[in-house]
Design a protein around this ligand. Structure first.
Ligand code: PMP
Length: 431
């Protein structure tokens, strides 16, 4: 019922029926259930380069790239080879390896504000640990986060969160206690006056400000110059730490992350996605003086059985090495610009109000005339229009993010022909 797709995918339907009996909502992460666009999720059999293949044998040009990690495309031969080499030695030791130092070195080398780093296994773990560190370092409790920014499912950050939380209309999840969220102040993104008010009211209690330096989780929104200046000025004035959540943007919008593009000097940076090359990894790092508060150098507790996992560090190091050697960022920028222009003309010809936001190889087509500066505007998008656009593309072999409030990602495996085929599919779908 309510299947908005025009293409029959019997094996996906059967796979979903089975999964529904086994896992809540049939999935292990909510966005995958297509709650925002309706219809049956498509079950993936395999992926290669820029393409996903479903269990019914359909091919899709992939613009989610596992929600960001696959910047080199799927199964890049050198990443696969690195994983295979690590695999031959063992899959987990719970004891230190040189491979962890290699990945740490690559991260420290690339991200200007990181002198020391701790590896974890997901972005959620990275942000959870980073805010514990900010609180442990400053001896303060309160945090500022921005409406529509998502930092993983950390209790105290599941307040006005973007991404699935926005899509599902559940900014405050049941099960998050009032105690866990009472120290979180939510401020509108890019709103300097609101940020100033929060600091004026609570300045000496604020441990830190966490932000997505380019938001991906309400769709793409870039920070204004004034906003970045205010973040520096107010955190410094009040002795709070600036935490840049670069889980999505790190090694994505530039090799040095969004902080290198927008001139941000964070005290702590969180990473994930690309630094694991498609395997589970997160990381957080910053000035050595701050990072040395972490156990066992300091007293702030944080640990992990699979942290620095040999397969994940191998995939991550291979990915960062290739990104450094090949520096594909200009090409990714050109490819994604070509996509943005083509989609803009297609939607314009269809006479539909829209705006496109893009930073490097992250972009969102908003069904809203724009400009979109924060959640106030993003939340006004025509999500019904988005759902039909999404299924129109899906049925034509293009796999876009299944929510208006997500970024799409272009990889180095995409070709100009893939981009042009995508634009042609959009023109056809919009007609
Ligand atoms: N921070 C940001 C900015 C993210 O985009 C995400 C995931 N989309 C996370 C944190 C959480 O990462 P993970 O899903 O690996 O826990």
């Amino acid at each position: 019922a309510g299947q908005p797709s025009k293409v029959a995918r019997p094996r996906s339907v059967a796979a979903f029926e089975r999964a529904l009996t086994l896992m809540p909502g049939g999935v292990n992460s909510p966005a995958r259930a297509f709650g925002a666009v309706g219809g049956t999720p498509i079950f993936i059999d395999r992926a290669d380069g820029a393409y996903l293949y479903d269990v019914d044998g359909n091919r899709y040009i992939d613009y989610i790239g596992s929600w960001g990690p696959m910047i080199l495309g799927h199964r890049h031969p050198e990443v696969v080879a690195a994983i295979e080499r690590a695999l031959a030695h063992g899959t987990s030791y719970g004891a230190p390896t040189e491979a962890e130092s290699e990945l740490a070195e690559r991260i420290i080398d690339a991200v200007a504000s990181i002198e020391k780093v701790r590896l974890v296994s997901s972005g959620t773990e990275a942000t959870m640990s980073a805010i514990r560190l900010a609180r442990g370092y400053t001896g303060r409790d309160m945090l500022i986060k921005f409406a529509g920014n998502y930092h993983g499912h950390v209790d105290s950050l599941l307040v006005a969160a973007g991404s699935s939380a926005a899509t599902l209309g559940a900014p405050n999840s049941p099960g998050v206690t009032a105690g866990a969220s009472k120290d979180t102040l939510v401020v509108e993104y890019n709103d300097v006056a609101e940020l100033e008010q929060a600091f004026t009211a609570h300045g000496d209690k604020i441990a830190g400000v966490i932000l997505e330096p380019v938001v991906g989780n309400m769709g793409v929104v870039a920070p204004s110059r004034e906003f970045v200046d205010a973040l520096h000025r107010l955190t410094q004035k009040h002795g709070a730490l600036l935490v840049c959540d670069e889980v999505m943007t790190g090694f994505r919008v530039a090799f040095g992350g969004a902080q290198s593009v927008f001139g941000i000097q964070p005290d702590i940076t969180t990473l994930g996605k690309i630094v694991g090359g498609g395997l589970p990894v997160g990381a957080y790092g910053g000035r050595a003086e701050i990072m040395n508060y972490i156990l066992p150098a300091g007293k702030v507790f944080q640990a992990g059985t699979l942290s620095g996992n040999p397969l994940a560090t191998a995939a991550g190091s291979a990915t960062l090495r290739l990104l450094k050697e090949e520096s594909p960022y200009e090409r990714l920028d050109a490819l994604t610009s070509r996509l943005a222009n083509g989609l803009h003309h297609a939607v314009e010809r269809a006479g539909i109000p829209h705006t496109i936001a893009r930073v490097g190889s992250m972009m969102t087509l908003f069904f809203h005339p724009g400009p979109i500066r924060g959640w106030r505007e993003a939340s006004q998008c025509d999500t019904a229009r988005f759902a039909s656009y999404f299924w129109g593309l899906m049925d034509r072999g293009v796999y876009m993010p299944c929510s208006q409030f997500e970024a799409l990602f272009v990889s180095t495996a995409h070709t100009e022909a893939d981009i042009d085929a995508t634009i042609a599919a959009a023109e056809d779908a919009l007609r």
